[in-house]
Design a protein around this ligand. Sequence first.
Ligand code: G6P
Length: 608
Amino acid sequence: MCGIVGYTGPRKAVPILIDGLRKLEYRGYDSAGLAVIEKEGLIVDKAAGKISRLEEKIRGKNFEATCGIAHTRWATHGEPTTVNAHPHFDSKEKIAIVHNGIIENYRSLREYLEKNGHQFGTETDTEILAHLIEEYYEGDLLEAVRTALVFVEGTYGIAVISANHPGEIVVARSGSPLVIGCGQGENFVASDVSALVRHTRQVVYLEEGEIAHITPDDFKISTIDKVAISPNVQQIEWSLEAIEKGGYDHFMLKEIFEQPTAVANAFRGRLNYEEGTSRLHGLTLQYEQLLKINRVLLMACGTSWHAGLIGEYIIEDLARIPVEVEYASEFRYRAPIIQDGTVAFVISQSGETADTLAALREAKRKGATVLGICNVVGSSIARETDGGIYIHAGPEIGVASTKAFTSQIMVLEMIGVLLARMRDMSIEKGRQIVAAIKKIPEQIEGILSTSDRIKSIAETYAASSNFLYLGRGINFPVALEGALKMKEISYIHAEGYPAAEMKHGPIALIDENMPAVVVALKDQVYDKVMSNIQEIKARNGRILAIATEGDTEIARMVDHVIYIPQVPYHLTPLLSIIPLQLLAYHTAVLRGCDVDQPRNLAKSVTVE
Ligand code: G6P
């Protein structure tokens, strides 16, 4: 999410900054900006839209500056406008800052600063930080940044310059990566090595809670608590293309592995353990309006539709509100019935899917309140809805959606908990769910660590022409999504079915050449799914089961098992889908398929 570049040295800074931004454009591209220190002071230029817009804006300007910072943005707080673009500055326009991450306590910091006379020109959390640094500035930029950060809660990777300190850059990291590039008489900073590898392959990764003071000839790293750190200079060996993919072979694999962070970003700052509920300000509905909801409509396409199906189980079970899930493409051409109390959510990673946009407009026309669950800030769907919740998964580049899916489920879980706590759910149950949500990133991490084993399982099945995916209850949509992933990228025909429906047709297909992937977790339908497994075995079918840790019985009945930790029922899809994503990925790679750009598919389907 978002990209940062900085330079200090003898060369003109602007071409280096622009080139660095271009390398980071895949991380965010809704607005961009730069700040450099000229003789007359700080010069800031910004533009909404892609980096080319910023380039157009500065074309013809003669920059002499040899020190500066730049940013390409993936908006979180505030619309992706020129005003909200980074860098942001303090009230005297002496300090400029670029920031990746989210400052969770920005509201209380803003109130504090307003009481001290600060006025703000943007809706961003980052501007608050610029003013906070100004508040503590007493002639030493490093110390001012250090003091300000003591008061910040949330995540950040920041780079700061000041007109009073030509040639100096201060950077700091907490939860959002930053790397220093070491040159000869010049130094670089970036949120990602791809932005600086053209200039140097000697880098130092800042660790959590570290701050650095950088000049052309030197850089010094310390902790926020002033403990000096000796830098660990590393040599980058990867190719540029590999670097953009963070060392992964494909964007899809990178995005699968980003899921612990992505789902944490989806719930960051939105959970309230004390009250056992969630805070979702983006819904923009008053308490009374939320209480009056008597029907929820979820509309989406593709993977987002599968997230909607999971949302149906979550919201109905937790909040006891009737939910309907519709393909957006079907909804738009029916005569849907919208009554008082109906709230519709449109779910879309891109926020640009034509059918979903049309369904949104149709639902609004008929009087529904329509809210969005989107990833791309400022997208058409985000703009046209009455409110909504961003999933904050960061740019998703692989055509087959992975991290957006789990982040959408996380948001639906929080909606379910919020609506449930306003109705029948007890505070104790709410707290249990909130506590369980917080453990999910770590549990996903654990499943990802079995990727090599899943690859060896994929080798067993990669030559198959057909796959059957089975699941029940909330894991039935997981079976659908697992099958979709497999067919999208490996071109193997794969069908997802509710396990009990197998006997009404698909069982006719089962033989030793048609493997079945069965999600068989220890839940209320476990015994039923085990019967399905026996039926498959009786017909010589091969089975890969996704099972609950500790279930040794299943291992005796199936050919392969991948275990996931026991979590509350509604959270199981967040874990059970991970091995299925990896299975599809490894199978596609083994078959030599173009994983990131599968044939005939598009990332964002903006036509009907
Ligand atoms: C396309 C993509 C899918 C995605 C679907 C819906 O088909 O290839 O990965 O799930 O569109 O996209 P949206 O952006 O609306 O979630």
